[in-house]
Design a protein around this ligand. Sequence first.
Ligand code: HEC
Length: 304
Amino acid sequence: MLMKLLKAVSFLSLALITLNASEFDKQAQKDKNELVKYFEAKFADPYKEKNRFFPYSTDDELKNGYSKGLKHMDFAIGSYSYAKDAKEQYEAIKEFPPYEDKIEKGETLYNQKFVNGKSLATCFPDPTVAGNYPYYDLNKKEVISLTTAVNQCLTDNGEKKWNAKKGDMAAFQAFLAYSSAEEGKKVDIKIPNKQAQEAYERGKEYYYTQRGYLKMSCATCHVQGAGERVRNEKLSPLLGQTTHFPVYRLKWGSLGTLERRIAGCIKDQGQVPPKVDSKKMHELLYFMAYMSNGMPVDGPDVRK
Ligand code: HEC
């Protein structure tokens, strides 16, 4: 009898633990589902939804400039999912992608031995993990981005850190993204406990906080503003915004990491971006990546 009771109790507490684990991302899942609903409604038919979503656009632009009937996964390619003219140029560039040699460079870096005989392959035995970053590290009790994990691997092995925005870092991440995409991997961000949930919430808050003299938040442009034309480009959606990094930007003439792109957006607002390895940046990335959960990893990619 006692044994039975003990068993029942331990079964119960086990059930409670698993229940709690899935509790921590409840809000995040809800946020993501709402975002999907918002974008599907917005891009079902931009002309029909003019009053609700595009009050300042011309009828001609709304009738002819947008692809219609978009569904969740379509947003993986960012603004090219709806910007008709830009998508044609994009597809033309993708026929001879300017980042191809960078993937090879990344693979060489992956296997290259450090002075101590180890390599990045030692730290990342499975190169198809691009969609699992950032993750909440239960030992360090903080969010770790891919960029920070790579630099950590280098310094742990007595090597020098890389520039977090371009060069070898971007090439190596291109190799990981490519390997992940080839394997059909999806973005898979987890929120394992209360601290992780709080980190997610802080990242979200950063995304929605208005700053600068124009009082704009990331969301002003990439949620409410997504699809609006700015400087001859349609603004990309938060949904699917992290799946394709690193990107080769024609404007840069080189490959760059997600942190590089985000820092650019923040500088454009006249603000100082958080350091790439800061808690603020890590948590912002964590929130953004969670919003792309379940979408295929499709990097590297090309942008204007
Ligand atoms: C004033 C509008 C504006 C604000 C505010 C803004 N951005 Fe952007 N952002 C742009 C424009 C314009 C582009 C280039 C077109 C595009 O892809 O959206 C861009 C591009 C991006 C991209 C690249 C998308 C891709 O598919 O390559 C990311 C990522 C991004 N922004 C993140 C952010 C984050 C994070 C914030 C807040 C810290 C932010 N942006 C704030 C205007 C803005």
